[in-house]
Design a binder for this molecule. Structure first.
Ligand code: EPZ
Length: 444
């Protein structure tokens, strides 16, 4: 097991390059299965969710060939089975996108029930509703979801709640369904549009992605394509907040500023300076941070995946801020860890009250999920003293080389290996003392 060790108090400066979007690529990789020819996928982030997705594709018989740092050639024509291996699939919640892709390819699919998560209840009733409209029946046995359809026929899907995953799955299953499929109350996130653009580049006929009304005319065949994944809106937002929290001045490169508008607007309200260019955004602080009220909501609202990060920034602002979590019923578990660092936050259900104290103190903390871990890194960067973050595997699920990118901007952060709990050999862990960190970090 590894941990991050951070010596706080250093301003982030310089530039950072944003990688491909996790929440787009975890849907695009399964979507390759729908093609009758090989596809080339570019700008693929090096994160563990991608590694799991590529392993699933290989285990199903696809030929996956890395052709460069972030590019893969995937030939799905050798895939002849509709069942995703249980052990691999259950490692990643987004493995449920293989349901839609395999149903679209074979008229049947078998994938493990998606894992739970620290965000609270994560049902898939809307996914199953969409598949049913298209003609598929589902059953559950031994922790696996089975979908079968005589054939897929287009229909009218109305989602009772705005759901990214079910919107993605409806498109994956609908692109080859006979006739017209309508998706109403669809999610509008940038990654929804990215999947639709990818499918259309293979010859699909999807209109309206990015609005709440999507029309799909089914096609018989999808051909190969070369496609570049959009930049990660949440990774970009995370680094923007890290720059603000350290009083820094950073140019965040390879972004689509339009995708960041809701984040930019809130940061400006808090007193952060923002300048947008064609594909980059400059973030700097030259005055006090002030309180703000945040309510997370589906795109184009403020993203729930930025909630822990902006809460951390608001602990450094003056005044009382209110955060209302509008998507998940348990997305404040990280607050306990921020309290160890001196944060004054009161949580009542889906509302958090933050008394800005202006500073945090380093402490040993644990990441409980991907964005909570990112928030603890931001807290450690801005805190006085040393912060050690355990369970960083959560962070590495969705951030490509985060500590390397932060070090390049001047942060004092190192990844330290911990002896495996049941490791009986003498631990070679290098005891990183307070003095060592500085020198080692500079040396790395
Ligand atoms: C996606 O999760 C993202 N994950 C999440 O990001 C993100 O928080 C979420 O969308 C909202 O933007 C990926 O894209 C891999 P939903 P997803 O379906 O698709 C309810 C991160 O940090 N719902 O949009 O699972 C659900 O309970 C992760 O990158 C149903 O009721 O989210 C929730 O309240 C964390 N029935 C709301 O809808 C369903 O069938 C939104 O969920 C499906 C969802």
């Amino acid at each position: 097991m590894d941990k991050f060790v951070i010596k706080g108090g250093r301003r982030l400066t310089g530039e950072v390059n944003i990688s491909g979007a996790k929440n787009a690529v975890v849907a695009i990789l399964p979507a390759v299965l729908l093609s009758d020819e090989p596809c080339i996928i570019e700008n693929v982030p090096s994160i563990s969710d991608v590694k799991i997705s590529l392993t699933i594709l290989r285990e199903m018989g696809a030929e996956v060939t890395p052709i460069g740092k972030d590019t893969y050639r995937i030939d799905p024509t050798t895939v002849n089975n509709y069942c995703v291996p249980y052990e691999t699939a259950r490692k990643m919640r987004a493995s449920y996108y293989f349901l839609g892709a395999l149903l679209g390819k074979f008229n049947k699919a078998r994938v493990s029930m998606p894992g739970g998560c620290s965000l609270g209840d994560r049902p898939i009733d809307q996914h199953l509703k969409a598949f049913k409209v298209l003609g598929a029946n589902h059953s559950l046995s031994q922790g696996m979801i089975d979908l079968t359809a005589e054939k897929l026929v287009g229909g009218q899907i109305f989602f009772d709640v705005v759901t990214v995953g079910a919107t993605m799955n409806a498109m994956l299953a609908g692109v080859k369904a006979e006739g017209l499929t309508i998706i109403e109350n669809a999610a509008k996130e940038p990654h929804i549009v990215d999947l639709a653009n990818f499918l259309n580049s293979m010859g699909a006929n999807i209109m309206g992605a990015g609005t709440d009304y999507i029309k799909i005319r089914g096609v018989k065949h999808l051909h190969g394509t070369t496609y570049s994944v959009i930049p990660d809106q949440i990774e970009a937002g995370t680094f923007m907040i890290a720059a603000a929290a350290t009083g820094g001045d950073v140019l965040v490169k390879n972004v689509i500023p339009k995708h960041l508008e809701s984040i930019t607007k809130k940061l400006e309200k808090i007193g952060v300076n923002i300048e947008s260019f064609d594909d980059s955004i400059r973030v700097w602080v030259d005055g006090p941070l002030v309180k703000a009220n945040i309510k997370t909501s589906p795109h184009p609202g403020f993203p729930t995946d930025m909630q822990p990060q902006i809460a951390t920034l608001l602990t450094l602002a003056s005044g009382t801020s209110i955060i209302t979590e509008g998507i998940w019923d348990q997305r404040f578990r990280y607050v306990e860890e921020l309290r160890r660092m001196g944060a004054d936050i009161t949580v009542n259900g889906t509302v958090a009250l933050i008394e800005g104290k202006g500073n945090l103190m380093g402490a040993p903390v644990k990441a409980c999920d991907l964005r909570a871990g990112a928030a603890l890194i931001i807290a450690g960067l801005s805190a006085s003293g040393i912060t050690e973050i355990e369970d960083i595997y959560h962070i590495e699920r969705g951030y490509d080389g985060m500590e390397v990118k932060l070090r390049q901007m001047g942060a004092d952060i190192r990844k330290v290996s911990l002896p495996d709990e049941n490791d009986d050999k003498e631990s070679e862990q290098k005891t990183v003392s307070r003095n060592d960190i500085n020198d080692d970090a500079e040396a790395v």
